[in-house]
Design a protein around this ligand. Structure first.
Ligand code: ADP
Ligand code: ZN
Length: 517
C-alpha cells in the first residue's frame, strides 16, 4: 500500500494538501463516514480520489451531471488512474466491457448518476465487486433546504442499507446547517465526522450596482477588461440571447449559453469559452455546473439571483486560480417580482414556498445592506467574519456617507400615515415621488399632501430610504409575501421632532465605471 503523500505527488502532482484535505482523507482512510463541506474550488474531489487509490478496491462516486463525470474521468485517466463511468450514453457492448473490468478489480473509481446508483442491476453488480468507499458529490441535492433539490438523491439511502460496512463520504459546497443535517439523515450516515471549511473567497471582490440603465455601464466595465474572460448571467433565455447579440454588436466576442440551445451548440460555446476563443459567455444558470476554467476574471449578474446559495455558487466560478476577480450584481428591487412569479409557478406546497420566500428575502437584504457584503454573505452561511470591513467589497471601498435624514424620514412617515398603513415600500416611494400610476389614481392618493412632496429625490432613492428605515427600526414591515410598511412608536417620535434619523447618502450610479480610479 502506497502512502497518501506519495500518491498525492505521483498521481496528482501536488506537494501538500489544501486546508482540511488531509484531515478528511485521514477520516476516510480510518473508514469513518464523513460529511465534507468546502467552498467551490476547495479541492473536494481529492478527498475521495486519493483514498480510492490507497484502498485499491473500488470507489463508487455518485455525481449529478454526465459532463462533470466525463471531465473527472478524463483527467484521472490522464494522470494514470483507472477511472470509468457507466452512463446512458454508453452502448450495451461498452457497458459489458466496463462491468467485466470492474469485476476483475481493475477500476479504482467508478462514476455514476444517482439514478443509476440505485438501479437493482447496478446494485447487484456492486455486490459482486470489491467496494471500499462510496462518495456522494453535490450532496446538497438531497435536501429541500438546498438550492438544487433532486428527489432521486433521496433514494441513495439504499447504498448504506445494501453496503452497511462501506464508508460513505458526502461532499457539498452548500453550508447552511439545515442542509448538512438533512444530508446526514437522508443518507443514513453513521456518526459522521463533519468538516466545514471557510467560505471566504479572499480574491473575489463583491459589488452591487443599481440596475437602471445598466447596459452602458456594463459595456464600460467590459471595455476596461478587454483581455479578461468572464461570465454574464441573465435570468431567461431571451435575456441571454439579447445580451450576447448586443455585446457582439459592441465588438465583444460574446456567446450565448442556455438550455434552449441544441446540445452541440452548447458544447461548442462552452469549449470556445474554456479555450479562450470567446472571452464572454452570456448564460442562464444552466451554465457552469462543472465548468472548471480557472481564469474567469469576472462574474456579472444582470438579473437578481433567487437566493444567496445560487449567488455564491455562481460567483464562485470566478478566480479559481486565486488571482483577483470581480463579482458584480446589477440590482433592481423590481426583479423580485420575477422571483415571486417563479416561486409561485414552481410549487404549490406552502412549506416549500415559504422557504423560497425567506431565501429570496435574504438575497434582497444582501443587495440592500449598508454593511460589508462579504461579512453578510459569510454570516448567511453561518461563518463569522473577523472585523467589520473586508476591504474587498463596494461597501468597504467607498465609505458610506451618512447624513441627517430626519426631514426625508418625516416625509416618509407622513406618507405612510396618509395612505393608511396599508401599502408596501415601493407604493410609498411612488406616492412621494409623485408617480403617475393607475393604482395611485384609483386610490385617490394623488390628492394627498404627501403626493409628490418628495421631488428632491428619485423614486429609487426614496425606496432605499424606506428600506433603511425598516432596517433601523424607524418604521416596521409586516413581512410575508406582500410586506406592508407600518408605523411604530419610533416613527411617531420622528414626526414629533424628537428623534433624528441618520440615513445613507444616495449612491452615485456609475460605480462600475468609476472603479478603475
Ligand atoms: P471542488 O470540487 O471543491 O470545487 P476541485 O476538487 O475541483 O474543487 O479542486 C479545485 C482545484 O484545486 C482544482 O484545480 C484542483 O486541481 C486543485 N487542487 C486540489 N487539491 C489540491 C492540492 N492539494 N494542491 C493544489 N491544488 C489542488
Ligand atoms: Zn466588505
Amino acid at each position: 500500500m502506497e502512502t497518501k503523500h506519495s500518491i498525492l505527488e505521483r498521481y496528482f502532482g501536488y506537494t501538500s494538501f489544501l486546508p482540511h484535505q488531509e484531515e478528511i482523507v485521514d477520516a476516510v482512510l480510518a473508514r469513518k463516514d464523513v460529511l465534507a463541506v468546502m467552498a467551490t474550488g476547495g479541492g473536494k474531489s481529492l478527498c475521495y480520489q486519493l483514498p480510492a487509490l490507497v484502498f485499491e478496491g473500488l470507489t463508487v462516486v455518485v455525481s449529478p451531471l454526465i459532463a462533470l463525470m466525463k471531465d473527472q474521468v478524463d483527467s484521472l485517466r490522464a494522470n494514470g488512474v483507472a477511472a470509468a463511468t457507466i452512463n446512458s450514453s454508453l452502448g450495451y457492448g461498452e457497458q459489458k466491457i466496463i462491468e467485466r473490468v470492474i469485476l476483475e478489480g481493475r477500476i479504482r473509481l467508478l462514476y455514476v448518476s444517482p439514478e443509476r446508483a440505485v438501479q437493482p442491476a447496478f446494485l447487484s453488480l456492486l455486490s459482486r465487486a470489491d467496494v471500499r468507499l462510496i462518495a456522494i458529490d453535490e450532496a446538497h441535492c438531497i435536501s429541500m433546504w438546498g438550492h438544487n433539490f433532486r428527489p432521486e438523491y433521496r433514494r441513495l439511502r439504499v447504498l448504506k442499507e445494501r453496503f452497511p460496512r462501506v464508508p460513505v463520504i458526502a461532499l457539498t459546497a452548500t453550508a447552511i446547517p439545515a442542509v448538512q443535517d438533512d444530508i446526514v439523515a437522508e443518507l443514513a450516515l453513521k456518526s459522521p465526522v463533519r468538516f466545514v471549511g471557510s467560505f471566504n473567497r479572499k480574491n473575489l471582490t463583491y459589488r452591487v450596482v443599481p440596475k437602471a440603465r445598466y447596459f452602458p455601464r456594463l459595456v464600460a466595465y467590459l471595455n476596461e477588461h478587454r483581455d479578461d474572460a468572464g461570465i454574464v448571467y441573465a435570468a431567461t433565455r431571451e435575456g441571454v440571447e439579447t445580451l450576447a447579440t448586443k455585446l457582439r454588436s459592441k465588438g465583444f466576442s460574446a456567446l450565448p449559453y442556455h438550455a434552449g440551445l441544441p446540445e452541440t451548440v452548447r458544447t461548442e460555446h462552452q469549449e470556445a469559452f474554456s479555450h479562450g476563443d470567446a472571452t464572454i459567455i452570456c448564460a442562464t444558470i444552466a451554465f457552469g455546473m462543472g465548468i472548471d476554467k480557472p481564469d474567469v476574471r469576472f462574474v456579472i449578474h444582470t438579473d437578481l439571483p433567487r437566493d444567496l446559495e445560487s449567488y455564491y455558487q455562481e460567483t464562485g466560478r470566478a478566480g479559481r486560480d486565486g488571482d483577483p476577480a470581480d463579482c458584480i450584481l446589477f440590482y433592481s428591487r423590481g426583479d423580485y417580482g420575477m422571483i415571486r412569479f417563479l416561486i409561485e409557478k414552481e410549487s404549490a406546497d406552502a412549506g416549500i414556498k415559504d422557504v423560497a420566500y425567506r431565501k429570496a428575502g435574504a438575497m434582497l437584504d444582501y443587495c440592500e445592506t449598508t454593511g460589508c457584503r462579504r461579512k453578510f454573505l459569510l454570516a448567511y452561511f453561518g461563518e463569522a467574519y473577523p472585523g467589520d470591513r473586508c476591504g474587498g467589497c463596494d461597501r468597504c471601498e467607498t465609505q458610506v456617507q451618512v447624513f441627517d435624514g430626519t426631514e426625508a424620514a418625516s416625509a416618509i412617515v407622513a406618507c405612510i400615515r396618509e395612505t393608511g398603513e396599508r401599502f408596501g415600500a415601493s407604493y410609498i416611494a411612488d406616492v412621494l415621488s409623485g408617480a403617475k400610476t393607475a393604482r395611485i389614481r384609483e386610490n385617490g392618493h394623488d390628492t394627498l399632501p404627501a403626493y409628490g412632496s418628495g421631488r428632491g429625490y428619485t423614486r429609487d432613492q426614496w425606496l432605499l430610504f424606506i428600506q433603511e428605515m425598516v432596517r433601523k427600526g424607524f418604521v416596521a414591515s409586516t413581512g410575508g409575501r406582500y410586506p406592508v410598511v407600518v408605523l411604530n412608536d419610533r416613527s411617531r417620535a420622528v414626526t414629533g421632532g424628537g428623534l433624528a434619523v441618520p440615513l445613507t447618502e444616495p449612491q452615485p450610479e456609475g460605480v462600475v465605471a468609476a472603479e478603475a480610479e
